[in-house]
Design a protein around this ligand. Structure first.
Ligand code: AMP
Ligand code: ZN
Length: 108
């Protein structure tokens, strides 16, 4: 989508290093970390929020969750690979970027 910053990151138009990636999703460090490890997982295609998922979104969700599992193996808390996954959905809930993203938070 034109003028979507996360579409530009997913397509490398804005050069941000990926921490992990697959056919459906990419992960990169949040520029304003709220935890010692704060990584965003986003779909490669533009989906504005969870409220915009459809019956066809299954593979994208599985692809995103696959990256979360990879991140947990590498960045999860040392004792049990613990982490938090946060998804702000809708402006009233604090969503600022309207390209769905999952906050992977760990290291506290
Ligand atoms: P939210 O409030 O859930 O929409 O979160 C948006 C997140 O995107 C915030 O944590 C921002 O710090 C982060 N963010 C916005 N632009 C960028 C960017 N260019 N690179 C990395 N993180 C970003
Ligand atoms: Zn987008």
């Amino acid at each position: 989508m034109i003028n979507c910053i996360f579409c530009k990151i997913a397509s490398h138009e804005i050069p941000v290093p990926f921490v992990a990636e697959n056919d459906y999703a990419v992960a990169f460090y949040d520029r304003s970390p709220q935890a010692p490890v704060h990584i965003l997982v986003i779909p490669r295609i533009h989906i504005a929020s969870i409220n915009d998922l459809t019956d066809q979104s299954g593979p994208v969700i599985v692809g995103m969750m696959d990256l979360v599992r990879q991140l947990a193996q590498i960045h999860g808390n040392s004792s049990d690979k613990g982490f938090n996954l946060k998804v702000n959905t809708g402006a009233s809930a604090g969503q600022e970027v309207f390209h769905m993203h999952w906050h992977f938070l760990a290291g506290k």
